[in-house]
Design a protein around this ligand. Sequence first.
Ligand code: SF4
Length: 62
Amino acid sequence: MPQGKAAGERCIHLTLDHLCAIFAQPDRPAVCGAFAADPAVCGASREEAIRLLGWWEQATAS
Ligand code: SF4
């Protein structure tokens, strides 16, 4: 995604089973590689992560 990914926009590399299609490849964005999962962001389940990420997107929207 050379123009970047807007908040709430699905990454083109995210597969239908919610995995990164370029996880081990060198063109994976550095920001993705630097992200460390944290319970405050990811919660304890996929459903909780989606809810928390939605909250973070709204809370940090400009
Ligand atoms: S880790 Fe990065 S490149 Fe991979 S699916 Fe998620 S946002 Fe896209």
